[in-house]
Design a protein around this ligand. Structure first.
Ligand SMILES: *[C@@H]1O[C@H](CO)[C@@H](O)[C@H](O)[C@H]1NC(C)=O
Ligand SMILES: *[C@@H]1O[C@H](CO)[C@@H](O)[C@H](O)[C@H]1NC(C)=O
Ligand SMILES: *[C@@H]1O[C@H](CO)[C@@H](O)[C@H](O)[C@H]1NC(C)=O
Ligand SMILES: *[C@@H]1O[C@H](CO)[C@@H](O)[C@H](O)[C@H]1NC(C)=O
Ligand SMILES: *[C@@H]1O[C@H](CO)[C@@H](O)[C@H](O)[C@H]1NC(C)=O
Length: 649
């Protein structure tokens, strides 16, 4: 009895869901086109919990090796064969002396050195910090600072590195510098430099506004190294606590790498080159703007001016947006904007270029520098554009792959981690995006700590606190086996090679910009000389064909698999058609009560951007009375199982 009731309820819920989904159909273009779990795509899952007792500090890729850096040890896997990890613990130089009692250093910073297989690591024990070099080729490498890095080790000893702070190691001949930020509202807040010169944030009036740093960007000027800069992106607590004001404000700040601080009596060992500017990210048309900076990703260019920073924002309504800034525009603000609260005349004397010896800056200028560093003008996104996208997802990290694609003109691929453990893969088309897919690397809700791409193999590494998952993000076969489905996917990593959807080469067919599958028909001999293409049309679509005989008045569900969530799925029977919501995993058609009118052919047809394909076809027949009803309850049970499964996704 109760089973029947549940069945009816599930059915009602299902119908309600279908109805709701069709209402929201209009928004489906903002949904990921495909959803991939470990059933659809190759995922290698590596458990870290047996080795690390804490979330990894960082994931480092070197050659064919991926290393999860824990607080105490490093776990390395081979990309090709991740089954046999190598665990290594860090042998700190300090810990080899028996006199040293507290040797409880936890790794807090890791950088790959310029030299192959050399790693720079720093550890903190809550009272002091030690840094050293490790040779990755050795089984149990000792951590000993090389001559080049000795200055960093000496200058950083009394500084406590905070967990998760952005940092950058800058190597030059004979020496190296470490830049690291300090977030919070204490006296250390800002950018710190360790090395031959120790430089710290200037302390203005001993007022520390809360700041949280999300990224550091090195801007090397090649031809004029004196003008090399470091940019830091952060969010700052809004001092205006009015009812309608935002909690956080986004900023970019710059310092000159050549800056060593002022002379003895003014700004000694403090930045003399620091300037900051507000970032703007918003859409004037819809009056939406974004002020809470979450993460940044940098795409370096050959010309320093063209380097782009993709900034991920959120707002108080739980929406996300990405705005793109160029170093050209940022540099332009720092060289031309008046200082906030000072006229152009007042701030005219203030140098905007990096001084070759900052200790020689005149005192008058230094006093001016001490007073303010904020620009009046804001940094706006490239070409004064709006956000690349605005949506209702809650993203936590961003990674951008802009490795040049061979045939497709420039289409960067964005990876954004979701709050629940998913990853969205997007393709950037000028100033808009297309959500290619959602990957679900974990079998449960979890927080993603980092996303790292191995650019040549297109393997994405995603880690939670206890697991590292390797995803093949150029697994093109998963889009389908027809040319049209390969093109509709609009994946810059993939193309049609004449018989399969494969990782793109010079010879594959794709239309990332439009996703217009008619290129499959009109493939010109100019584009692909000597290639003969096989098309998949309605005529030979591989459809699940079945003949089903149902007893009179029985119920039955017809199933049709949903792949693209941007497509329309429709069941056709005689002259009637029933559409499905595309959010579901299956497009189900209910035969509520079998009768003579229900007899006939049922076809499930997919339609997307003018492409049409029959996915399933059934012949339904009415059972003659003599055959009895014996199969009916079983059919119900099976169908409910299918239904519950599809609803639970
Ligand atoms: C690192 O170790 C390997 C193997 O022991 C050795 O061949 C190499 O020279 C070492 N590299 C450095 C920079 O010490
Ligand atoms: C995108 O760029 C086009 C032309 O470059 C412009 O007309 C359009 O307004 C832009 N859209 C957004 C959202 O910025
Ligand atoms: C297309 O790719 C498939 C799978 O990678 C491969 O087996 C096939 O040989 C390729 N065809 C051509 C014409 O390159
Ligand atoms: C692919 O095309 C680019 C530019 O057209 C060319 O430089 C490159 O050599 C080609 N690669 C192959 C493997 O044909
Ligand atoms: C696809 O391309 C064809 C031929 O260029 C064109 O007629 C058609 O309108 C395009 N379709 C879409 C959806 O842009």
């Amino acid at each position: 009895m109760s089973d029947k009731l549940d069945g009816k309820m599930v059915l009602t819920v299902y119908l309600l869901f279908s109805c709701l989904s069709s209402l929201t159909e209009a928004n489906s273009r903002h949904l990921p086109r495909m959803i991939f779990t470990d059933k659809e795509t190759a995922m290698k899952r590596l458990s870290l919990s047996g080795y690390l007792h804490h979330a990894p500090v960082q994931i480092v890729l070197e050659g064919d090796t991926v290393t999860a850096v824990g607080q105490k040890s490093l776990i390395s896997f081979n990309i090709q064969n991740p089954k046999t990890p190598v665990e290594r613990s860090v042998l700190w130089e300090e810990c080899s002396k028996p006199s040293e009692s507290d040797c409880n250093y936890k790794i807090s910073v890791v950088h790959k050195r310029e030299e192959a297989n050399q790693m720079f690591v720093c550890g903190t024990n809550g009272r002091e910090t030690v840094c050293c070099d490790m040779n990755f080729s050795e089984q149990s490498p000792e951590c000993i600072p090389s001559e080049k890095l000795r200055n960093i080790k000496e200058s950083i000893k009394d500084f406590i590195i905070m967990e998760g702070e952005p940092s950058a190691l800058v190597e030059s001949t004979g020496s190296a510098d470490l830049y690291i930020t300090y977030s919070g509202s204490k006296e250390y807040v800002g950018i710190h430099k360790f090395g031959k010169n120790r430089v710290r944030p200037a302390t203005r009036d001993k007022v520390y506004i809360e700041q949280h740093y999300v990224g550091l960007v090195l801007s090397r000027r090649r031809d004029i190294p004196l003008q090399d800069r470091v940019y830091a992106f952060y969010k700052e607590k809004n001092r205006d606590t009015g009812l309608h004001s935002e909690m956080w404000l986004p900023f970019v700040t710059q310092i000159c790498m050549a800056d060593t601080g002022g002379p003895k009596n003014l700004l000694q060992f403090s930045w003399t080159s620091q300037m900051n500017a507000r970032l703007f990210c918003g859409d004037p048309a819809s009056r939406q703007h974004f002020s809470e900076l979450v993460d940044v990703a940098t795409v370096h260019a050959d010309q320093w001016q063209d380097t782009r920073v993709y900034a991920l924002f959120t707002n108080e309504w739980g929406m996300s947006a990405v705005c793109v800034y160029t170093i050209r525009d940022i540099d332009n603000i720092f060289t031309t904007s008046p200082f906030k609260g000072y006229s152009t005349v007042d701030s005219g004397k203030r140098p905007r270029t990096c001084a070759s010896d900052s200790t020689k800056i005149p005192l008058e200028t230094l006093r001016m520098i001490e007073m303010t560093s904020e620009m009046e003008k804001w940094v706006r996104p490239v070409d004064d554009s709006g956000p690349l996208f605005i949506n209702h997802h809650h993203y936590t990290h961003i990674h951008v792959d802009s490795s040049q694609h061979k045939r497709n003109d420039h289409h960067p691929v964005l990876f954004l981690s979701l709050y629940n453990g998913g990853i969205h893969k997007m393709m950037q088309n000028k100033n808009s995006t297309f959500v290619i897919a959602e990957y679900q690397p974990f079998n449960h809700k979890t927080i993603i700590f980092s996303i790292t791409l191995h650019p040549s193999s297109k393997k994405l590494y995603v880690n939670s606190g206890s697991e590292l998952v390797q995803l093949d993000v150029a697994n093109c076969a998963q889009y389908g086996d027809s040319c049209e489905e390969c093109i509709l996917a609009r994946d810059p990593y993939c193309g049609w090679n004449g018989t399969h959807c494969t990782p793109e080469t010079n010879d594959t067919l794709q239309d990332v910009t439009q996703g217009n599958h008619t290129v499959c028909m009109s493939v010109s001999k100019v584009q692909l000389p000597g290639k003969v293409f096989r098309y998949s049309t309605d005529a030979h679509a591989d459809k699940a064909k079945g003949s089903i005989t149902l007893p009179s008045q029985s119920k039955y569900f017809l199933q049709c698999p949903v792949s693209s969530h941007h497509a329309q799925y429709t069941w056709h029977h005689l002259d009637s058609s029933t559409s499905c919501g595309s959010r579901e995993q299956q497009c189900l058609l209910l035969i509520n009560s079998m009768g003579p009118e229900q007899v006939g052919t049922y076809e499930c047809v997919l339609e997307e951007m003018g492409y049409r394909r029959v996915l399933a076809q059934y012949q339904i027949q009415l059972e003659s009375r003599a055959a009895g009803h014996s199969s009916s309850p079983l059919v119900w049970v099976c169908l409910m199982a299918v239904l519950i499964k599809s609803l639970s996704h």
